[in-house]
Design a binder for this molecule. Sequence first.
Ligand SMILES: Nc1nc2c(ncn2[C@@H]2O[C@H](COP(=O)(O)OP(=O)(O)O)[C@@H](O)[C@H]2O)c(=O)[nH]1
Ligand SMILES: [Mg+2]
Length: 332
Amino acid sequence: MANRSPKHGVDPPRPDTLLQRLLAGETIALAKSITAVENDTDQAAALLAGIQPHLGRALVLGFTGPPGVGKSTLVNALIVELRRRQRSVGVIAVDPSSPLTGGAILGDRIRMGEHTGDPGVFVRSLAARGHLGGLSPTAARVMDVMDAAGRDVVVVETVGTGQSEVEIAEIADVRVVVCAPGLGDDVQAIKAGILEIADILVVNKADLPLAARTVSQLQGMLSLRTAAHGTGAAAVPVLSITATSGLGIPALADAVEAHAGVALTGHERAARALRRVRRLLADATAQRVRRLLHEAGGDTVDDLCTRVQRGELGIDAAAARLLQILQSENGN
Ligand SMILES: Nc1nc2c(ncn2[C@@H]2O[C@H](COP(=O)(O)OP(=O)(O)O)[C@@H](O)[C@H]2O)c(=O)[nH]1
Ligand SMILES: [Mg+2]
């Protein structure tokens, strides 16, 4: 993971388009580009097209786990360590907390913290609009913009809903699953599904009782998994960390970098870049179909719905038929 932060204090030639300024790593251009992407402007479409050939260099780190286990605190502490290692960082907090629920979100925590005024840390909070705590399509795009801006590491924090875990697994290079001591009978809270996606498991709040027991419970679950999947499965480290004091944070940074070294060979990077485009394409296509469907309305679509509702037509067959209808309407 080479440091490719723009050099501050050096005077580069001033490029003038937003895309050029973004690619040069200008912080203001990064902020403007993200706003454009969030608002889905015409400028954003051109920008997203322009950055495609420059993607896939940032290391994307995904943090997930139940609310309250200390993900934000952990990310904040890890950023301190990454800065110590000269990495520039982009942070995306996808947080369903709203002013109504009163939860402190990662962005606030970091803005209040020691990174204020450090151009090597750029934080953006995104609402998990309609995605139940999962990643919004916007998050994936913002991630790409940070990547294009030359951030060495892009950190994403999501709340542990089933959906966000699946999505983070698709996008992140290194997936960190965070839990807290005292799982006890509650082990199913982090059972199979979430273990499947973890590259690194963190037991945070190691200052509390039962942390050591939770670590060994998790190691036990992992060895069952290894037994079931054979030795092909990579070893998943279980780290005991106290995020509030920073104890164990350098070990987490080491584990992340070790995993990144294994995961990101040249071939894997190329495959990942294509997976990102595939995901963007799926999102854009779904959006387009929804829009066309609302615009189309009309008798044919109503007929189709009626037939499905009466049990005359299966939903998959109806979907196939709908695509034909939309295509012919759109073509005319
Ligand atoms: N005792 C202890 N508390 C912690 C630790 N890390 C975080 N917390 C506390 O746990 C609470 C939730 O932390 P937060 O980072 O917001 O959790 P998140 O919802 O997973 O992002 C806060 O009150 C933190 O101060 C830790 O290592 N030990
Ligand atoms: Mg949080």
